[in-house]
Write a protein that binds this ligand. Structure first.
Ligand SMILES: Cc1cc2nc3c(=O)[nH]c(=O)nc-3n(C[C@H](O)[C@H](O)[C@H](O)COP(=O)(O)OP(=O)(O)OC[C@H]3O[C@@H](n4cnc5c(N)ncnc54)[C@H](O)[C@@H]3O)c2cc1C
Length: 384
């Protein structure tokens, strides 16, 4: 594996840096965390700027409307946008980072033409309707039913922890289409319009005070059969493609953000005298090494994905596991540096610390990632 950058890649980095330096100062102020319509407009506005400048869907294949950039260019993009403090992908997260790539890889030409361009142009937001009250880690235990009625599926059931449901136009929805089949074989993957009659979204408030996710109740919602991605009852295989994107690449840019925050924590410690404590310095040094190692692991995963035709492999689970814990350790260290100020809810680090707790749960818990690493990488026998 060669981790050095080619002259073309360095040129790509320089052009991107220049573009970011030109556009970022003119961005409007960020909306408040609870202003969801404002956040949607802000995130989609940024997506439109990326689109107009030719940076939208950098890692998507060209025939899906993307730039067909190499995975290394994608990494450079993530690194530079984070370093420059560019807006986070935000409300566009599901569409751009896993529903879009799943449709690009598994959808029909008509599905790709309908759903991919609006994601890239920043016109439509997607959410993910996978988890249910009794089906999170054991996702295949889901019970939301869909039965055929003419050209439609009629869907009833409920979903939970659906991020951005309040502002989404579409939902990547898992439904049970064959209740008699073994649980992994009776599932289908549907694109459900969020304005269809029969959908009720009830926001849930998080520890950090925001309503970033919701319960979604589905009462005989009609979804055209043509909105199914992949074959009927083959949704588990399609889901594995979605999850590999979610664990493989979706959190990568945030490692750069953590390195930036770590630098700020060290600067704060120097200012307030905590830097004199050798134990704290060792702790921050350890975190620095951890985030550097995670960045290298990312490069390794990306180069493996390149060899395997673009779909991230199980190495994404190692990354997700380590990253979600390191992020929590970072904000614990930040709290130590801040002292009593760490309880001030007006401070960004305080809210980030609270939300970092969710990272070892979201997108597959650490226990599940341990199982995946044990079974699929180390070849250990199944626990159950
Ligand atoms: C911030 C956030 C955003 C989210 N956004 C979305 C979203 O947009 N869409 C969506 O569909 N879902 C979303 N989720 C849900 C998330 O995917 C689930 O919470 C997660 O998969 C865990 O499922 P669960 O909550 O049902 O926990 P459970 O599956 O009930 O697990 C409870 C505990 O038991 C452990 N456990 C369970 N099975 C095993 C096993 N076999 N071996 C070892 N330990 C086990 C788990 O690790 C966990 O510690 C989000 C969650 C969070 C926190």
């Amino acid at each position: 594996m060669d981790l050095t950058y080619t002259p073309e890649e360095e040129e790509f980095r320089a052009r991107l840096r220049e573009w970011l330096a030109g556009v970022l100062p003119a961005l409007p102020p960020k909306p408040s965390p609870d202003d969801w319509p404002g956040r949607r407009a802000y995130d989609l506005g940024w997506q439109r700027m990326l689109y107009d400048a030719g940076y939208a869907g950098l890692h998507w294949p060209v025939d899906a409307g993307g730039r067909g950039a190499t995975p290394t260019q994608h990494l450079i993009y993530l690194e530079e946008t984070e370093k420059a403090g560019a807006p986070y992908v935000g409300a566009n997260f599901v569409g751009l980072l896993h529903a879009g790539p799943t449709i690009a890889s598994e959808g029909t030409p008509a599905q790709r033409a309908r759903w991919l361009p609006p994601v890239l142009r920043g016109e439509e937001v997607w959410c993910q309707g996978f988890s249910e009250p009794d089906a999170g880690s054991d996702l295949a235990a889901l019970r939301t039913r869909a039965w055929r009625d003419g050209d439609d599926y009629v869907v009833s059931g409920s979903k939970i922890w659906t991020s951005h449901a309040e502002v989404a136009d579409w939902c990547e929805l898992l439904v049970r289409t064959d209740p008699a089949a073994p649980k992994h074989r009776g599932i289908s993957w549907l694109a459900m319009p969020m304005d269809a009659p029969g959908i009720t979204v009830r926001p849930l408030r998080t520890l950090a005070g925001s309503t970033e996710f919701a319960e979604v109740f589905l009462d005989e919602v009609r979804v055209p059969v043509s909105h199914r991605v992949g074959a009927e009852n083959d949704g588990w295989r399609v889901t594995m493609v979605t999850l590999s994107y979610e664990r493989g690449t979706a959190f990568v840019g945030e490692v750069v953000a953590c390195r930036r925050v770590l630098g700020e924590v060290a600067r704060e410690a120097r200012k307030n005298g905590r830097w004199d404590d050798p134990a704290l310095r060792r702790r921050l040094g350890g975190l620095n090494a951890e985030f550097r190692a995670l960045w290298r692991l990312t490069q390794w995963n990306v180069s493996e994905a390149q060899r395997n035709g673009g779909v991230p492999g199980v190495g994404g689970s190692v990354f997700k596991l380590r990253y979600s814990h390191a992020r929590q350790e970072l904000y614990d260290a930040a709290a130590e540096v801040l002292g009593p100020e760490a309880l001030d809810l007006g401070r960004e680090w305080t809210l980030d610390r609270l939300s970092s707790l969710s990272y070892t749960i979201a997108a597959g818990t650490s226990q599940i990632q341990h199982n995946i690493v044990a079974e699929r990488i180390l070849g250990l026998p199944k626990g159950r």
